[in-house]
Design a protein. Structure first.
Length: 155
């Protein structure tokens, strides 16, 4: 079972000129059940390269959990903060960096245009055999991506 939540928080703010403006912040939280899988290099069979099946299956679970939590209305353009919590069943050796890479890649074109749009990604590992293994993800839109200005053509 996938649990998730999609919120739009509205706050008011006053700038230096005393103008009241509305600031909208979109946020989604979801849980991916199962033991977190770290990113792995592409496997090779002969001359053919392919994504390891365990990694591909976990990427699908991450994408499904995000889609189930968001539904419609999420805009993938913008800048994002992604917070991770990886609940592991034992003290096996896993890099936090590799644990973060897999959901980042799985959510390309779903949560964001490309994972270069992630401005912050704090994460932590929790080893607790009493808790069910899972990945908890919270994605917050922190702003719009700057639009690239095109140079004027010479006449």
């Amino acid at each position: 079972m996938v649990k998730g939540r999609f919120d739009v928080m509205v706050c008011t703010g006053v700038d230096a000129d005393g103008v009241v403006s509305l600031v909208c912040e979109e946020s989604v939280s979801f849980v991916v059940p199962g033991v977190p899988v770290p990113w792995m290099r592409a496997a090779k069979k002969g001359k053919r390269h392919f994504t390891p099946p365990r990694m591909a299956a976990h990427q699908e679970r991450v994408a499904y959990a995000f889609s189930a939590a968001v539904g419609r209305g999420w805009r993938p353009d913008g800048m994002f903060r992604v917070a991770y919590e990886f609940v592991l069943p034992d003290w096996r050796v896993v890099d936090l960096d590799n644990l973060r890479k897999l959901p980042n890649d799985a959510l390309n074109k779903l949560a964001w245009v490309d994972d270069n749009r992630i401005m912050e990604d704090p994460g932590r590992k929790v080893v607790d055999p009493a808790q069910p293994s899972c990945t908890r993800v919270t994605i917050t839109r922190i702003g719009d991506w700057p639009v690239k200005q095109r140079k004027a053509r010479r006449a």
